[in-house]
Design a protein around this ligand. Structure first.
Ligand code: ACO
Length: 335
């Protein structure tokens, strides 16, 4: 049986910085409110007159991860792309990355699972690698939220939280069992699907309907979030799923060198950190700079943590996510 190691990491965020002050010019909000509730100071939003997309950002992050692994695009034998904001309703962006990077006709799998998409993708890739089916899997998380948010005061409870960006990793088969992915844990609870959701456009909410019903203000075309409800479930599920992975590997929170939680909200991460008795230096946060980039947040954070020297070879790393679905998951990795 092979082990899955992280051979390369990379990320990309758009140049355009949108501060809380910028948002307060277009909606009734304030830097104080946003920082106090979420910890976010600024986020990156693609320029609305530019040509950046979820797949173009994902492609740049992928190129950086492939270079970091010391590989060429054609060394990749499978692509997994996690996003909730694909360029098109179909096809998903995995095939666009395959085309953009000029990779031969390898398989390209698109993963949904929203904020947990990167963990779900990692778990799938890990199974392919462990069984010997693939050697170098490119896993990307990329999101373009800014184009689909309600940027009026009506949408302020959601729109101030989300940012654009992409992260990628190259997962590689290794015979060295002293490192790599130790375990992944995945969960879902569909009864809460509508507590954090974007209902349309979709087969249940076609765009035609708003035109037919002459209702351009139909809120089902903007993301909805029951903030308090999501917060309460997130803090519980994060802890559960981190403990579940640690227990399975025979480890405890004290063994962790770094926890990279999905960057949902700084208050969620700090609550989990305190409840698990972890020092602040053991939890990586960059939501202050980027907001919540859903499936992209963990690989962006992973890439930054490595660049900042927060992650060293041999460190015990836990990745954990919770989000829409609800879905949640964790991965325990000897880096
Ligand atoms: N600026 C100013 N005021 C605002 C804003 C804003 N951006 N957004 C909402 N408000 C107002 C509301 O209108 C409300 O006003 P009212 O009392 O006059 O009605 C007041 O602030 C309180 O609103 P709540 O929604 O109750 O605010 P809350 O304290 O719950 O904070 C928040 C909202 C930040 C979303 C919080 O519920 C939260 O952190 N939830 C967790 C959800 C989360 O982090 N999601 C991330 C995405 S999901 C994921 O990745 C897991």
């Amino acid at each position: 049986m092979k082990r899955t190691i992280i051979a390369g990491v990379g990320h990309y965020v758009p140049e355009n910085v949108v501060t809380n002050l910028d948002l307060s010019q277009i909606m009734d909000t304030s830097d104080e409110w946003i920082q106090e509730r979420t910890g976010i100071k600024e986020r990156r939003w693609v320029r609305s007159d530019g040509d950046e997309t979820t797949s173009s950002m994902g492609t740049i992050a992928a190129q950086r991860a492939i270079a970091d692994a010391g590989l060429e695009p054609n060394d990749i034998d499978f692509i997994v792309f996690a996003t909730l904001s694909p360029d098109y309703y179909f096809p998903g962006p995995g095939v666009q990355v395959q085309e953009n990077l000029g990779i031969d006709t390898v398989g390209a799998l698109d993963v949904r699972n929203q904020c947990s998409g990167f963990i779900y993708g990692l778990s799938v890739a890990d199974q392919f690698i462990k069984t010997g089916m693939y050697k170098n899997v490119l896993l990307i998380g990329s999101e373009l939220h800014s184009g689909g948010l309600d940027k009026t005061t009506r949408g302020r409870g959601v729109s101030v939280i989300f940012g654009d960006g992409a992260g990628a990793v190259v997962l590689q088969a290794s015979d060295d069992h002293s490192k790599g992915v130790l375990t992944t844990k995945l969960h879902s609870e569909g009864k809460h699907a509508k507590e954090l959701a974007l209902l349309g456009p979709s087969t249940s909410h076609w765009v035609d309907r708003i035109i037919e019903e002459n209702n351009p203000e139909d809120l089902s075309y903007y993301p909805y979030m029951n903030g308090n409800f999501v917060f309460k479930h997130a803090v519980t599920r994060f802890q559960e799923v981190i403990h579940e992975a640690l227990n399975e590997a025979g480890k405890s929170p004290e063994d962790l060198d770094l926890l990279i939680p999905h960057q949902a909200n700084l208050r969620i991460s700090q609550y989990v950190q305190a409840k698990m008795g972890l020092g602040a230096d053991k939890v990586f946060n960059n939501i202050m700079k980027y907001g919540n980039t859903t499936a992209a947040s963990i690989p962006i954070a992973l890439s930054e943590a490595k660049a900042e020297g927060r992650l060293k070879e041999g460190d015990l790393l836990c990745l954990a996510a919770f989000g829409s679905g609800f879905t949640w998951g964790s991965a325990l990795i000897q880096f």
